[in-house]
Design a protein around this ligand. Structure first.
Ligand code: HGY
Ligand code: MN
Ligand code: MN
Ligand code: MN
Length: 408
């Protein structure tokens, strides 16, 4: 059983044309027309293989290779198809196409799996358009009920619930399935998005787990004033107080071990006029740490730190995402390591700094991830790159692991 490097690479490059941006990047946000087009392109490759498509109430898309014992819980493999606004050609989408390539190699090898194998494309993993990320996998695993995010709006004021309904209406030809089931196992192939595999000249990462993440949305409310006449002592300047709050958070998040991650990636100011004092400043917080205790202790201190730093304005702090650190199943890690060894690929165990849909499958079934190298460790950037042979080796390892799990 061999995957086809050329076929997978051709599909990756075709997908990269949907939402292409300068510098070989991609901007393909969840639930946009481009997202719909990418799903149709995936279906155009999957249907001729006899895979059965289905979609659930959150738009998670499944492609099923039937097993000889259809009543058994299926093995699930995949990732996400949405990208960051200035994203790369591999984050998420390679995992879905690797699962397709692995299943196609299994079919071409004439292997009839005992358990069905289902390819999955999760809805809105990135959270770039609609925060938070991982909505599809969180709803699937029961971590949050459907409807939780219907009123979340994108920058154009469009509601997640409406955009999801628009996608489902456009895919009314695809059979529906209930939200959520318990897979026999879940394996997510993904690019490393870090420098370690490349630095050691290795092909495969056996992922041990994922650090925890917490997202917050902060709104600081003041009062508009005339830039030329309002005395500084009388202002309620939302931007000045936002800066005070972020400086105080930087002090809270100081970490000599450089393991902690603290990012303010989104800032919006209103009315956003040069000669008017801002009356509203909105910013995001993305805080990550591998230890649950630090994630709790520092994360729980964020709101008080913000409120304590303000001079003239009021703040509301809303937590929008909370993913605990996850550890992957040792047996699946061993299967990935054994598959890499059988292929003669260099491999090592390593944790994931990025969050993934796999984080939310851990509580419901044995779960693991396969990493392939990222050139320069670059991701969430147009220069994100993994080579054709690296993507093929990842898919080959996945194919071996799926055959083993589907026989179990
Ligand atoms: O943000 C993350 O960690 C993921 O790449 N979406
Ligand atoms: Mn990703
Ligand atoms: Mn990402
Ligand atoms: Mn992910």
């Amino acid at each position: 059983m061999r995957v086809s490097e050329a076929r997978q690479w051709d599909r990756l490059m075709q997908m990269a044309r949907l939402g292409a941006i300068p510098g070989d990047g991609v901007n393909r946000a969840a639930l946009t027309d481009l997202d719909q087009q990418s799903r149709r392109l995936l279906l155009s490759w999957a249907m001729p293989l006899g895979l059965q498509p289905s979609v659930d109430a959150l738009g998670n898309l499944f492609l099923r290779l039937e097993g000889t014992e259809p009543g058994l819980a299926p093995v699930l493999a995949g990732s996400h198809m949405d990208s960051q606004p200035k994203g790369g050609r591999f984050d998420g989408i390679w995992g879905v196409l690797a699962a397709l390539e692995a299943v196609q190699a299994i079919i071409e090898a004439g292997i009839a799996p005992r358990r069905a194998i289902e390819i999955v494309a999760w809805t809105n993993e990135e959270g770039g358009r609609f925060a938070p990320g991982c909505m599809g996998s969180m709803g699937f695993s029961g971590f949050r009920p459907p409807g939780t995010w219907d009123d979340v709006k994108d920058r154009d004021g469009l509601r997640f619930g409406d955009e999801l309904a628009r996608l489902l209406a456009a895919e009314s030809d695809i059979p529906r399935r209930p939200l959520g089931f318990t897979p026999h196992a879940y394996v997510e192939p993904h690019i490393e998005q870090g420098p370690l595999l490349e630095a050691e000249g290795l092909d495969i990462g056996v992922v041990t787990g994922i650090q925890g993440s917490r997202w917050f949305l902060v709104e600081i409310a003041g009062k508009t004033d005339h830039a030329g006449t309002a005395p500084l002592s009388l202002r309620q300047d939302a931007v000045q107080d936002m800066l005070r709050a972020i400086n105080a958070l930087n002090a809270l998040m100081a970490d000599p071990t450089d393991v902690l991650r603290f990012t303010v990636g989104r800032v919006e100011v209103f009315p956003n006029s040069s000669n008017t004092v801002a009356d509203l400043a909105r910013f995001s917080i993305d805080f990550r740490h591998p230890e649950a205790a630090v994630l709790t202790e520092r994360g729980d201190a964020i709101a008080a730190t913000i409120h304590g730093a303000l001079k003239t304005c009021r703040a509301t702090v809303t937590e929008t995402f909370h993913a605990l650190p996850a550890r992957f199943d040792p047996a699946i890690q061993a299967a990935i390591a054994a598959a890499a060894q059988a292929e003669g690929y260099g491999a090592k165990a390593l944790p994931s700094g990025a969050f993934h849909d796999a984080q939310f499958l851990v509580p419901i079934c044995p779960t693991g991830m396969i990493f392939i190298p990222s050139r320069g460790g670059i991701s969430h950037h147009p220069a994100e790159y993994s080579s054709a042979s690296q993507t093929a080796r990842g898919a080959q390892v996945l194919a071996r692991v799926l055959v083993q799990l589907a026989a179990g």
